[in-house]
Structures are given as structure tokens and as C-alpha cells.
Design a protein around this ligand. Sequence first.
Ligand code: SAH
Length: 205
Amino acid sequence: MVASQLRGPGRSITNSRVLAAMGKVPRHEFVPERLRAQAYDDHPLPIGHGQTISQPFIVAFMTEQLEPKASDRVLEIGTGSGYQAAVLAELVAEVYTIEIVEELAARASADLKRLGCPNVQARAGDGSRGWAEAAPFDAIMVTCAPERVPGPLAEQLKEGGRIIIPIGPSWSQELVLLRKRRGILEQHAVLPVRFVPMTGDVKSE
Ligand code: SAH
């Protein structure tokens, strides 16, 4: 998977720590049992409740864009299977992850515990409000798509921090990288993508 999908033709993940984390985290453990044979294939997979675990390349790409550092505290919105949180947990000091579908949150939480990710805290809830008690964060990764950046996420980001987030309606989303400079979010579009929509009470900044 690492050699052909993340470093193959047209695929350009170069961060060696990210590549090592992708090589280490057992993706099949986060995939429903009947789909395990496809766990390392080059596409997303259903995880129940109409949701998906992202394609390996997208997980690696978003992780690399976030420039994860060993001392970082990172917030993820949209825990889903817990796989992305486990990849982040290899790379940063602390991961906080929120999932709105309670059954998925409970399963991911149990899987992350079972696989030994002591630096991940997972909870069920509406991630568009962020996680105020644990803020501020060095970086925020959003794996469901709102139409605009939720205001609380911008507020809970440290100065110099990064947010990677898919923005837009389901038929045309852009993965966007935001960086906070002097309190203002600078924005760069990085890739057209397709994520599930962000639900909940999304209030933009
Ligand atoms: N990162 C996941 C993939 C997530 S799919 C993985 O590695 O498997 C996107 C997830 O975002 C879905 O599980 C969906 O239920 C969740 N979601 C949608 N809106 C949300 C919200 N407002 N707060 C938290 N999670 C949300």
C-alpha cells in the first residue's frame, strides 16, 4: 500500500514519519470483518451508518498537509472508524477525536483502546463545536464536509496552527488548508475531494 498508493506514479507523499505511520497502523483492524480482504485497496470502504473510512492516500495526504510534530495536540472531527486518529496518534503527542454517530464513536473508542493508542481521547458529540475543554490545538483535521469553516474550530486553533478541511456541498468540495496568522485564517485550496457532509449544528465563523 505504501509503495504503490502513497509513493507510486502521481502519488507524492514524501514525509517519512507519515509514511512510517501508514506502514505501521493495521488498517484491517478498523474495517468491518467482511471487507477485511479489501482493507489495503486504493479506495474508501463503508463502515456502517452510511459512513466511510477514507482511501489510504487521502488519509496520508491530509496527515502530511497538517505538518504533524511530535509535540502537537491535534483535534479530529469525524472519528468514523478511528483509523485516521490511530495514524495521527503515531505522529503527535495527543489526539482528541469527536464522532456524531454514537455507535461509531463507541466502536472506534473500543478499537483504539484494544489496539493500544493511549494518547487518543475519543468522544461522541457534535464536532462543529470543537472541544473547548482541551483547546487550544496546534492542528485540526476535519474528515466530514461543512459548507464553511465552523467558527469554534477557528477559535480553538493556536496562532500558527493548521486546519485541513473539505469545504463545500457534496457535488463539489475542495480540500482546504488554513493557517492562523495574527488571528486570521489564510486559506489555500489543495485538492478536489468527496467527503460525507458534516451534520450537527454547524455555525460558521
Ligand atoms: N476519519 C474517519 C473517516 C470519517 S467519515 C476514519 O478514519 O475512518 C466522516 C465521519 O464524520 C462520519 O463518521 C460522520 O458520522 C462524522 N460526522 C459528520 N458530521 C459530524 C459532526 N458534526 N461532528 C462529528 N462527526 C461528524
